[in-house]
Structures are given as C-alpha cells and as structure tokens.
Write a protein that binds this ligand. Sequence first.
Ligand code: G4P
Length: 195
Amino acid sequence: MRELIEKIMEEGEVLSEHVLKVDRFLNHQVDPQLMKKIGEHFADEFRHERITKVLTLESSGISPALMTAYELNVPLLVARKRKPVTLSENTYKASVYSFTKREETEIFVSQTLLDCEDRVLIIDDFLANGQAALGLTDIVAQAKAHVAGIGIVIEKAFQGGGQLLRSRGYRVVSLARIASLQDGTVKLIEEVMCE
Ligand code: G4P
C-alpha cells in the first residue's frame, strides 16, 4: 500500500535488526487518515468473504481494525490481555508467547460475543513470529467460528510468522512486507502478498 510504505520510509525508525519503530503513525501517535485508507484496503480485500466480525488484540491493533470494521459495517471485537472485572461471563482463552518480550500472555474474549455463525477477519498491526495471530485463531476455533482471513499492517517477512500462518492455510494480506532491517535501513518487499 503506497501511502503506508511512504510513511514507513519517511517516519519509521530502525531500532535494531529486528525492530522497527513506527510511533509517529501507528503504535503511539496514530494517523487517522492513514488508518482510514488501511481500513478501506482491508475491506476491499475481504469484502467478498461475508465477514461478520473483525477481531484484534489490544492495543495497537485497534486503530486499523476499527477502521476495517467500520468499512465492512461489522462490529470490532478486541481480545483483552487482562481479564477486566466487567468480563465476568465465561471466556475463550488462549496463550500467546512473545519471542520479542520472552513472556507468555493470556488473552480473553467473552463467549457471548463470538459463536459458530461468525466469519472472522483478524487484523493486527505487526506480524513477527505470528504468535498473536495464532492465539486469535485459537480463540476463533474455540468458538467454532471461521477465520475468513488475516490482515496485517506491517509484516516482518524475515521472521517466521507469515510463513507459519500461510502454511496453516490462512489467507494473509500484508500491506507492507519488510525484507530486512539490516544496517539501519528498511528494505521492503514491494508487492502486496495475498495467499
Ligand atoms: P508475534 O505476535 O508476531 O509473535 O510478535 P511478537 O510476540 O514478537 O511481538 C510482541 C509485541 O511486539 C507485539 O505488540 C507486536 O506488535 C510488537 N512488535 C513486534 N515486532 C515489532 C516491531 O518491529 N516494531 C514494533 N513497533 N512493534 C513490534 P504488543 O506487545 O501486543 O503491544 P501493543 O499491541 O500493545 O502495542
């Protein structure tokens, strides 16, 4: 997606060979116009899938996921990383291991908000090792709902997540694919991958 790639090149900061900081438009400060375009793009890619719900994981997935849900005119469901006191009913629960943070997090979704009739589009900001997205597919499976696709804003293609998810048969659409972050430089795989 041209506008996203321009933003990454102009405002992204390479922190290390593994980490790209995009705090000026995605992870800390958020660019609403860019999020709107991202939402339109994902909606166009997945509209034919008759999506009933968009699912993301708090917190940085929320901005692109909300705009996608708005464009598809369906609810956005946000998996929680802590069980809030208001989430008293039964929950679907999955474990997500972060290789980046070297810690395991439990994620929760109310059983009242997802069921076997749902066709779910998973949206997240970053795809690294794929553990967050896999945790969300686990939640969808527990609800006996269907994963209709996975939309990722920035995929670090040099880590294993994209390959892992695609090998499991999921259609993953990434709007920007990073080939490497070596020598302080963002190298992109230019074309959008749809599989
Ligand atoms: P994985 O789910 O693909 O396996 O990713 P991983 O555990 O490695 O990522 C853990 C957290 O770090 C996630 O955010 C993810 O979005 C973020 N992340 C991973 N690589 C990068 C990167 O290169 N740049 C940035 N900016 N973030 C990265 P999180 O802990 O869920 O945080 P948040 O959603 O609350 O912001």
